[in-house]
Design a protein around this ligand. Sequence first.
Ligand SMILES: Cc1cc2nc3c(=O)[nH]c(=O)nc-3n(C[C@H](O)[C@H](O)[C@H](O)COP(=O)(O)OP(=O)(O)OC[C@H]3O[C@@H](n4cnc5c(N)ncnc54)[C@H](O)[C@@H]3O)c2cc1C
Length: 401
Amino acid sequence: MARLAQTYGLTDVQQEILATVRDFVDKEILPVATELEHRDEYPQRIVDGLKELGLFGLMIPEEYGGLGESLLTYALCVEEIARGWMSVSGIVNTHFIVAYMLRQHGTEEQKEHFLPRMALGEVRGAFSMSEPALGSDVSAITSKAVKDGDDYVLNGQKMWLTNGGTSTLVAVLVRSDEGHPRDAPPHRSMTTFLVEKEPGFGEVRPGLTVPGKIDKMGYKGVDTTELIMDGLRVPADRVLGGTTGRGFYQMMDGVEVGRVNVAARGCGVARRAFELGIRYAQQRHTFGKPIAQHQAIQFKLAEMATKVEAAHAMMVNAARKKDSGERNDLEAGMAKYLASEYCKEVVEDAFRIHGGYGFSKEYEIERLYREAPMLLIGEGTAEIQKMIIGRRLLEEYRFEG
Ligand SMILES: Cc1cc2nc3c(=O)[nH]c(=O)nc-3n(C[C@H](O)[C@H](O)[C@H](O)COP(=O)(O)OP(=O)(O)OC[C@H]3O[C@@H](n4cnc5c(N)ncnc54)[C@H](O)[C@@H]3O)c2cc1C
């Protein structure tokens, strides 16, 4: 796809990385994605290939063995990967968030201990805020850590861990009111723990159980799990950043870059849906001509392409803002909101263009149709994005009269 979703002003290195990823997607991901997805099979060969490309260390600083690239480079790679298969971008994403949180908030010992092995993809990250009774309302977390000698003892149940089974390092957000006044606001009494574990299911460490994979409508291949902590002992030096009570802010920082990532996934899936739609529209004939020659279909294609362009531009803007060191919560919220809504709409239009065949599992659009809704939920629903956007706008445009 030559014309849409171009990004101007990229360095030679960025262009080279993107060309390599695009080639990998075309050769190694697209040809097998739908088949693996239908079997809900973990794409081990693809993951091994991404490791070789250095993708797991893309944003990890060079001093820790990574490529030290920007959020923009990362987001553009994610867009390409999601164009091939969204689940693969999910495998990279939680790893990337945990590495980012370590880079921003970890102690020097924690960085040295984890980041070099994360850059190689040997240690793989998952992050865990959600619980069975909460997702949007993070302040309602009930999982708890209690200090016991040099350790903390963690109890509680977590929900919806992307890469919960395959990861070996989970950043877990729990309540820990030790050292804080009882009436402290909930977000000041939360702590992120870095929990190392074996990959797999069942008891993966004493006091820590990953029961099994959640059966999902889409986003298959990548494992999504629960996590049960029952007397899990974690040493105090595995508190992210070394100080309790900062977990909420650390996680929100991670989720903010995660939102750019989800926007990028929306861009990638929408671009693929557009490609499938415009190709099919030129192959299928009705009433004596290709359906692409009916104005109603052309209008659909025009709307789809416009949405692909707009979402890409907003995603790039949000990434560049963060890379420039500025606060980007407004831009990231807008990009995530717009890209995920547009993605759903573009996929729906491509599905309609396919007529009855869109309903057949033989056609790729059927997979995309089941994948797009996940983006409306992950890293905060549309309603949560609008809350963030609205609050920030009122800060920016405060009426002083
Ligand atoms: C496939 C998948 C993977 C996931 N991976 C992870 C992961 O790796 N780590 C992790 O921690 N979590 C993960 N999640 C959880 C995800 O972040 C939550 O599902 C999401 O934040 C929404 O929370 P909820 O499902 O509890 O919905 P709820 O918070 O219960 O919301 C239900 C509905 O109410 C709306 N709503 C809620 N509050 C308000 C409000 N104040 N005003 C208006 N509307 C409101 C929501 O927008 C939504 O429409 C994953 C979820 C899925 C489906």
